[in-house]
Write a protein that binds this ligand. Sequence first.
Ligand SMILES: NC(=O)c1ccc[n+]([C@@H]2O[C@H](COP(=O)([O-])OP(=O)(O)OC[C@H]3O[C@@H](n4cnc5c(N)ncnc54)[C@H](OP(=O)(O)O)[C@@H]3O)[C@@H](O)[C@H]2O)c1
Length: 300
Amino acid sequence: MTVKRNEASAAGEWRLGDRVVKRMGFGSMRLTVRADRERAVAVLRRAVEMGVDHIDTAAFYFSPGGILDGESGTVRYATELIREALRPYDQGIFIATKVGPDPRPDGGWGEAAMPGQLRRQVEENLRRLDVEALDLVNLRIVKPVGPEGVAERFGALAEMRAEGLIRHLGLSNVRVEHVDAAEKVAPVACVQNAYAVDLRRHDELLRECGKRGIAFVPFFTIAGPSREAGAGDGDSGAEWRIARERGVTGHQVRLAWTLQQGEHVLVIPGTGDIAHLEENVAAGALRLSEAEMAEMDQRR
Ligand SMILES: NC(=O)c1ccc[n+]([C@@H]2O[C@H](COP(=O)([O-])OP(=O)(O)OC[C@H]3O[C@@H](n4cnc5c(N)ncnc54)[C@H](OP(=O)(O)O)[C@@H]3O)[C@@H](O)[C@H]2O)c1
């Protein structure tokens, strides 16, 4: 599938809070994997050129061993790469970031951040992105936290929203009862959880979000159960059989299947490669038939 300018519109749109975004977005986590700053900046600019206006990030996307800035040896953050590539920001660009995990220098996670730490994380996002207000902040749950713990932390973010530092709030890595608890505190614009054709633990949550008008933003759509290890080299499974018949790739079929789970589902495939980006954005125009969807569902 070839890519035309503004092809991201082919996937359709969704109202995220007070803004309308394309359902084909971009995830920036993979940008810091390769030690190539110029390439990362080029990927971001190409995404926007193709009409992508929903970019996902986090202050903690820097990965040990991530992009080093020349001889100074400074670790580059995905948020700083976004600023460098896209500032001054087009009014249409919607940047969703996340707070919650307290990353340790060794790459592991500390305890879930408490309200004071959440404020520092929000301030770090504001500084690195160089914006006065964050479009959307997801509260990312790292360690098991009950609904009360979610409500307490969401409440801290709601205060920052009232102060004008944040426009919209979301949740990540949560269950339905967490969404219930958060909705009592402030509106939930989106839920971001791991979800793919072969990673279906959150089917019920996806449907529940649709009923409540909340965007469901899956991650690991392409990687599936390989998660952080990324997309495998394999070309087996229903997606690749369908892909060969359609003259597309299995990754595109996975993205199309995900988009067809509901109008409220917004994808954010992550890549540090321009050819992969173009392939992913082109998948927004792919529509699977009922028979193909059923064949994909057999994979669960
Ligand atoms: N809320 C959370 O806790 C959370 C957790 C993880 C991720 N996220 C967000 O969700 C986004 C998506 O997740 P993800 O990036 O981990 O996984 P993903 O989008 O499912 O897949 C990314 C992997 O697939 C590869 N890939 C992407 N497009 C490809 C293509 N067309 N052909 C071949 N390989 C391709 C990438 O490598 P290349 O770079 O080589 O293309 C990378 O290994 C992230 O970027 C991040 O913004 C959120």
